[in-house]
Design a protein. Sequence first.
Lengths: 244, 227
Amino acid sequence: MARLIACALLLCLAGVATARAEGLEVIVADPYLELRTGPGRGFPIVHVVERGANVRVLKRRTDWFHVQDADGREGWVHRSQMAETLVPAGTRLEIDDPARDDFGAHRREVGLLVGDFDGSNVITAYGAYAFNGHLSGELAVSQLLGNFSDGLMATLGVTHVPRPEWRIQPFFSIGTGFINVEPKGTLVQTPERTDQLAYVGGGVRAYLARRFIIRAEYKEYVVFTDRDENEEAIEWKIGFAFFF
Amino acid sequence: MENRIRLLLLSAVVVMAGCSSLPWRDDQPEDAPATAAPAEGETPVVIEPQVERRDIRPAKIDTENWEAGAYIGSLSVEDFEVNVVYGGRIAYHISEDFFAEAIVGTSDAGLSSFERLSGGAPLLTDSERQFTYYSLGFGWNALPGEVFLGGKRALNSAVYLTLGAGSTRFAGDDRFTLTGGAGVRVLVKDWLAVHLDMRDHVMEIDVLGSKKTSHNYEATLSLTAFF
């Protein structure tokens, strides 16, 4: 069985290797294509490929494409020039990039937020899945780092975006989860405890560039303790996320 | 019995496959008008253009925006000596200027001067002495460029600045940590990079009596691959 898996892996690797070597042939349609020494606007242009010539696209890094011309000369070409090349079928090379239009129509979102939870520092990682443009489900895991206690929190909630077509989108959220609080060892021994909680909140998320968004949110929590009174906590966070 | 059931299933599959390859009556009318005689008043088609449609889907271009690798170096844990640190790093290049990165590292802190001089009981147990951190943040390629090896080789490089937030487990506690740093990345190959990083992990600590801000400087050498 192990041998079979090893063989399959080798075959996959071989497949990847040949795919890499082949690349994609495109025809230059701009007056010329500028080949730079590196994937950045500051790198010097060392070769120029004329209109009508073929180049092979080897790979892409951010907005730059590593290409090789018929003479074997290699260089990096910017996306704006690559968009003006033709594929063998005669149509323009389609570069499938997430753009501003995709923000709001996206399905999945993953992000990281940092902020304050009732006086403690909080670091949150979250994932969201949109059921439609307005409504999405969110799962978040937070680490709380305070002066007197540390904690872990996991929540599941629903987020509503009233205007998914805006560049800066306000949203509202409601959800529930669990919090585990562990008092610091240097203090009087109080037991570690896990309680259920619920939250309501709101915030904004704004499109930055490519797949990236910036997100800020405010939440009010109610922790259902087994003591006489419930606890309330206020949280604000800011961070970034990307959608796909 | 089992053989008979297998035979039955196999024959069912064969019959279904045979049926699916038969042309359906409904398929026919689609092509019919093309071969039909031209209606009155229309000019008959003399030459049927034989243009071969080349429907080629562009091959997916290999994108290399992820970078992952490992590092080794030295970490100065404030009051607890300088020690070997090792860890891992993963980064996503958003644009030629910015990247998001996550780092995880661990080191074993040494003895504080107090412990060494007093010769008394140690302040921390061995497991508490382990310094483990993670940080998530952003980087900015401030100075992209090239470095020259002799007269014939030029390697792409960048000097970058990073800022992140995370947590450090040390002295039996998790502490909120801000990490700032600067580094140099040199691309040995298109897909392989060598980094030289300097970082400072800043946190509040109260191990030696009073509470203070502790700066933990780190210098590391890392090897990463783009994929």
